[in-house]
Design a protein around this ligand. Structure first.
Ligand SMILES: Nc1nc2c(ncn2[C@@H]2O[C@H](COP(=O)(O)OP(=O)(O)OP(=O)(O)O)[C@@H](O)[C@H]2O)c(=O)[nH]1
Ligand SMILES: [Mg+2]
Ligand SMILES: [Zn+2]
Length: 351
């Protein structure tokens, strides 16, 4: 039934009580200028309508996985034209890899960001800190899943450590050999919701999704091929429906590095440090050399560990650097626009 498909893909979660409209779809996959769109008529190929792509001024105005768009049906029953992007409730981004200073959108309109970290070699509080700092976005909640708990002995100890640092962060430990542990995830994946799963390559993101969906939707890495280390099994982002009574999830390729784009809610990662910083003598304290810095005192007194402090300063620096680069680019663009306008004016006057 038409209603059913769109409901499964989170229609009412986004459009509230607006009745289902045949001309609305959700982007499930993007590859260059081709899209897959879930529509009331099933998943169809989407192409941008000329006028839409013509009016785009910035890369973030293109549709990304998770976006809601309006569509027009064409003579071809497998294809639709995308002519409008609905204002997003949020977007999860990181900095594009490499030297370029541009934003890479990972997913849009998500309710849960599920960080996956395997309990064995991948477990790192520093990495978790970075995830929380780089991927905290408005209108979304975070959940940490510690995977492969069958391979580690100190899982409980690690959870305790995490809970001490982030009392508000929900943490779950899973093993694919223990169904009851996978079931712990279900309350976060309720019908109508959309989650995105993020983590290093090989931590078991796709495996987890397949287990929940009860079928092999995504290819996973074969076991014990040592030579394949570091190779990404999942190479694209895709939004899928998990099954009866459940919501949607977006699988993503493993992150090899977390490059900060901007942080909305750094508080969740370093709330204790931020709180201390309210007592610094100077309001613009950098917490590095200042006299009367409450954060430095906290480190000296052992309230904040040296490692955590170092990570905090490092991430702040990275963030400030990004901000200055972004401002620089915006100013450059603006100056260019002003220049163009002046040129136009001059040439008009001459006529
Ligand atoms: N022992 C154990 N192995 C697991 C568990 N979950 C996943 N694995 C194995 O971990 C390997 C990697 O799993 P994937 O699901 O492909 O990992 P991924 O995070 O999707 O990796 P990328 O797609 O490269 O980002 C596979 O061989 C899985 O069988 C678990 O709970 N316990
Ligand atoms: Mg995968
Ligand atoms: Zn300070």
């Amino acid at each position: 039934m038409v209603e059913e498909i769109m409901k499964k893909y989170g229609y009412f979660n986004f459009f509230r009580d607006s009745p289902i409209n045949d001309n609305i779809g959700r982007i499930t996959f993007v590859s260059k200028e081709n899209y897959l769109v879930m529509t009331p008529k099933g998943e169809l190929i989407g192409k941008l309508k000329g006028r839409y792509s013509y009016e785009i001024e910035d890369a973030k105005e293109f549709p990304y996985v998770g976006d809601w768009v309006s569509i027009q049906y064409t003579g071809n029953e497998k294809e639709v034209l995308i002519d409008h992007l609905f204002r997003r409730k949020n977007r999860i981004s990181r900095k594009m890899r490499g030297k370029q200073f541009s934003e890479q959108i990972i997913a849009c309109n998500v309710d849960y960001i599920i960080f996956c970290m395997s309990t064995d070699e991948n477990f790192s509080l520093r990495l978790l800190e970075k995830y929380l700092y780089a991927f905290s976005w408005p209108n979304s909640k975070s959940l940490l899943v510690l995977t492969k708990k069958d391979l580690a002995e100190n899982v409980e100890k690690n959870i305790k450590k995490i809970k001490e640092l982030y009392p508000n962060l929900e943490v779950i430990a899973t093993s694919i050999y223990e169904d009851s542990s996978i079931k712990l995830l279900l309350p976060y994946l309720l019908e109508g919701t959309t989650s995105v799963i993020i983590g290093s390559s090989g931590v078991g993101k796709s495996t987890l999704i397949n287990h929940i969906a009860g079928k092999e939707i995504f290819k996973t890495r074969e076991i014990s091929k040592k030579t394949q280390r570091g190779k990404h099994t999942t190479t694209f982002r895709k939004l899928i429906y998990l099954g009866e009574g459940l919501g949607c999830i977006i699988d993503t390729p493993g992150l090899s590095s977390v490059s900060l784009w901007s942080s909305y809610n750094s508080n969740s990662a370093f709330s204790d440090i931020e709180e201390l910083s309210l007592h610094c003598k100077f309001r613009n304290c950098t917490h590095t050399v200042e006299k009367g810095c409450a954060v430095l005192k906290g480190v000296k007194d052992g309230i904040i560990s040296e490692d955590r402090y170092k990570n905090f300063i490092k991430l702040k620096r990275e963030e400030n650097f990004m901000k200055s680069k972004i401002d620089f680019n915006i100013n450059k663009k603006r100056n260019k626009e002003i220049e163009e306008r002046e040129k136009m004016k001059k040439s008009k006057r001459r006529k």
